[in-house]
Ligand binder design. Structure first.
Ligand SMILES: [Zn+2]
Ligand SMILES: [Zn+2]
Length: 167
């Protein structure tokens, strides 16, 4: 096991400065509060077997993220909480019934793909842009401005010569 030096850091929950002895991100106070809250949730589930996640959330004030984490940590078994009885609502994109989040799994995958592609396009643009140094960019800008200015003065010159007159 790696040896961790105590580290001074801000608590991820309350922001207070504390000494992390083993790389923890949350201070002692918040950890105790969290534990007490978790115990409350576990007690509710034990006293009310077969509750839906929604019922647990409403009764204890726990959010879904926390309950999912507790399930993953094995604090209570999936069987103790029913997911089947959960109310469903339509996916924002395709309307398929879902029980959590905003989009169904398919739409989420599509969305992720689109975001990735957009990010890749951005990367390419940034790379191309970086090829030009600031000086070069200023030069290019000045050149464009000069072109525009000379075109304008050409038009003005022709105009004063009467080239735009209809007769
Ligand atoms: Zn804290
Ligand atoms: Zn969908």
């Amino acid at each position: 096991m790696a040896f961790n030096l105590p580290k001074i850091r801000n608590c991820a929950r309350c922001g207070r400065i504390f000494t992390a002895m083993h790389g923890e991100k949350v201070c002692r106070d918040c950890l105790d509060k969290e534990k007490a809250f978790e115990e409350q949730v576990v007690k509710y589930i034990r006293d009310n077997p077969g509750s839906t996640l929604k019922e647990v959330m409403e009764a204890t004030g726990a959010n879904e993220k926390m309950l999912n984490r507790m399930m993953q940590d094995g604090i209570f078994s999936n069987a103790a909480v029913s997911r089947d009885k959960e109310a469903t609502y339509p996916c924002m994109s395709c309307g398929r019934p879902i029980t959590s989040g905003t989009y169904c799994m398919d739409c989420l995958a599509k969305l992720r793909d689109q975001t990735k592609k957009a990010a890749e396009r951005m990367q390419i643009r940034i790379k191309e842009d970086r090829k030009m140094s600031t000086i070069e960019r200023l030069d290019a800008l000045a050149e464009k401005e000069f072109e525009r200015e000379s075109r304008m003065s050409g038009i003005r010159r022709n105009f004063s010569k009467g080239m735009f007159k209809n007769n």
